[in-house]
Design a binder for this molecule. Structure first.
Ligand SMILES: [Zn+2]
Length: 336
């Protein structure tokens, strides 16, 4: 590799897997590796070892890459590169100054942000939003994250608490959400929400084929099982999936009516299931969105995988380095 300054290392920290990749400024993943998040050595050590190994696998001197980005499934103080006081999926990282730790260890600029903010930057720089000035990512995984780019700037909110469309209320008297609210999109349309909604319904319908799919044990019902059962017409699953599509459509309408982005990207681990339901999701969005606004918006469903998420953390590096060269505060921790 001739020009290492055009390369970044992206690390995606997930609740079960940590992935690292060497990514170029066109979004190509040149090498990538994964390890379990809770493998025994601790998430911080796993991050450092993955950076060492993935750069070695690509034949690179890590000290010469443009920077290292880390996406974390938590609120992050991106300005200080510190993971928020709560990190439910990776509790050991709560409050940790990850950017400083990584920058000091490797001697290159390091950046930390919420994983879906990073994903939004990847879709904007390399993916479905390439060439636009605005996009919103809705990421349906175990939970439900989102990220916003407006006028070419990642929107984090005044206190870093923005871009949480997963907690858009879609039902006033709906089911309680793990955020403390009620009737949120996440409890209807995330992987966890779909599975839990189905478990509640089979409790009142012990003869359902969905319960038989789970071997008679409601606790074993997964979102994938619910989507598959709905596709063959199983009534309990079909009702849950119908609600999921309507909730997702209503939230697309909130996004479109409120922000008028050029592109809305639906991605994440559950996106493959929604891709098969695209017409229903778009019809639900059209039920609620202002007609001119939704007609002018490109809605794209992009099934996610780990290679995409490492591109997100790398996109964070390219985005922040470009910004540091212009106006605004660089969200970087640089080695001294
Ligand atoms: Zn919520």
């Amino acid at each position: 590799m001739s020009d290492e300054s055009r390369l970044a290392v992206g690390v995606d920290v997930g609740g079960t897997t940590i992935a690292a990749g060497v990514v170029d400024d066109g979004g190509r993943v040149l090498a990538d590796l994964q390890r379990p998040t809770h493998g025994g050595v601790g998430a911080e050590t796993t991050i450092v070892e993955l950076v060492e190994r993935v750069t070695a696998a690509a034949g690179l001197d890590v000290a010469r890459v443009a920077g290292i980005g880390v996406g974390v499934p938590a609120l992050v103080d991106a300005g200080r590169g510190v993971v928020g006081p709560e990190a439910p999926h990776v509790p050991e990282l709560a409050g940790r100054p990850l950017a400083e730790i990584v920058a000091t260890r490797f001697g290159v600029p390091a950046f930390v942000d919420n994983d879906v903010n990073a994903l939004a930057l990847a879709e904007w720089q390399f993916g479905a939003g390439r060439g636009t000035q605005s996009l919103v990512v809705l990421a349906a995984g175990t939970g439900f994250g989102s990220g916003i780019v407006l006028d070419g700037v990642l929107v984090r909110g005044a206190h870093g608490l923005g871009a949480e469309f997963g907690h858009t209320p879609v039902k006033f008297d709906g089911r309680p959400c793990w955020c403390g609210g009620r009737g949120c999109l996440a409890v209807y349309a995330s992987g966890r929400g779909v599975a839990e909604a189905a478990r509640e319904r089979v409790a009142a319908d012990r003869d359902s084929a969905l319960l038989r799919d789970a071997g008679g044990d409601a606790a074993r019902i997964t979102a994938a099982m619910v989507f598959a059962a709905a596709e063959r017409g199983e009534p309990v699953a079909a009702a849950v999936v119908d609600e999921a599509c309507r909730a997702l459509g209503a939230t697309i309408a909130v996004v479109v009516n409120g922000l008028n982005p050029e592109v809305v990207v639906i991605t994440g681990g559950v996106a493959a299931s929604y891709a098969r339901l695209e017409r229903r999701v778009l019809a639900a969005a059209a039920d609620h969105a202002l007609s001119r606004a939704i007609a002018a918006t490109r809605v794209v469903i992009v099934p996610g995988d780990k290679r995409v998420t490492v591109r997100g953390a790398a996109a964070l590096v390219f985005y922040e380095l470009a910004r540091a060269g212009t106006a605004g505060a660089p969200h970087a921790w640089r080695p001294s």
